[in-house]
Design a protein around this ligand. Structure first.
Ligand code: SAH
Ligand code: CA
Length: 213
């Protein structure tokens, strides 16, 4: 998942803001109790998301793929005064845990957790977005882009996670590997879409940063 040498990552983490005690606890509890804890953003990527959000100071953030809430808390750290973050996940079993951590982090009035299929929920939201974080099922990345681009403010950002997919996007796609095929399609699509400018950062599993022109 990481393309940067572990000792470099350790050094970078050592010289980045530490995880808050709440995020550390959420990281630990996710690893102890929840399936596929590798999906959690983690210390360095969490600080990247937090810093980006603070640089943007968004009024409305949409997150697609809450999981246990780690990245939502990191992104919420940068919300403008009176800003709101909406986060969607299809897995209702994780909602209670995520919500308990939103409360512990002091964001329970700023984060709204919506349970259901993101492609059904997104059209019901009438906000204009300043920042969208795409991190749910990879097969729908192109659909999530299409579902949010018109409601993204000019100068607003979409960040999509895992666009390098452990490096599989560089290789010949194995038959039946729909996720890799979908991520390759997403990277091609946004790279060639003249409504956005794009930057692929090889941080962790690859972050695609899109800015609406
Ligand atoms: N953003 C989190 C990790 C998200 S993991 C973090 O960085 O900590 C991906 C999540 O997407 C999983 O929790 C999964 O339940 C959710 N997901 C998968 N398909 C979905 C769909 N169609 N709609 C909404 N959420 C979905
Ligand atoms: Ca991810």
């Amino acid at each position: 998942m990481d393309f940067i040498a572990q000792n470099i990552i350790d050094y970078a983490e050592g010289y980045s803001q530490a995880e808050s005690s709440v995020l550390k606890e959420l990281n630990r509890e996710t690893n102890a109790k929840v399936l596929q804890p590798r999906m959690l953003s983690g210390h360095l990527q969490g600080r990247v998301l937090s810093m980006f959000s603070k640089m943007i100071s968004p009024k409305n953030i949409l997150e697609i793929g809450t999981y246990t809430g780690y990245s939502a808390i990191c992104l919420a750290e940068g919300l403008a005064a009176n800003g709101q973050l909406y986060t969607i996940d299809i897995n209702e079993e994780l909602a209670e845990m995520a919500n308990s951590y939103f409360k512990k982090a002091g964001f329970d009035t700023k984060i709204t957790h919506l349970v259901g299929d993101a492609l059904e929920i997104i059209p019901t939201l009438d906000q204009q977005w300043d920042l969208v974080f795409i991190d749910a099922d990879k097969a729908n990345y192109c659909n999530y882009f299409d579902a949010t681009i018109d409601r993204l403010n000019k100068g607003g950002f979409i960040i999509a996670d895992n666009v390098l997919w452990s490096g599989k996007v560089l290789e010949k796609i194995k038959s039946g590997d729909k996720d890799t095929a979908a991520l390759v399609e997403f990277n091609d699509k946004v790279h060639n879409d003249n409504r956005v400018e794009n930057l692929l950062l090889p941080i962790r599993d690859g972050l695609m940063i899109l800015r609406k022109l």
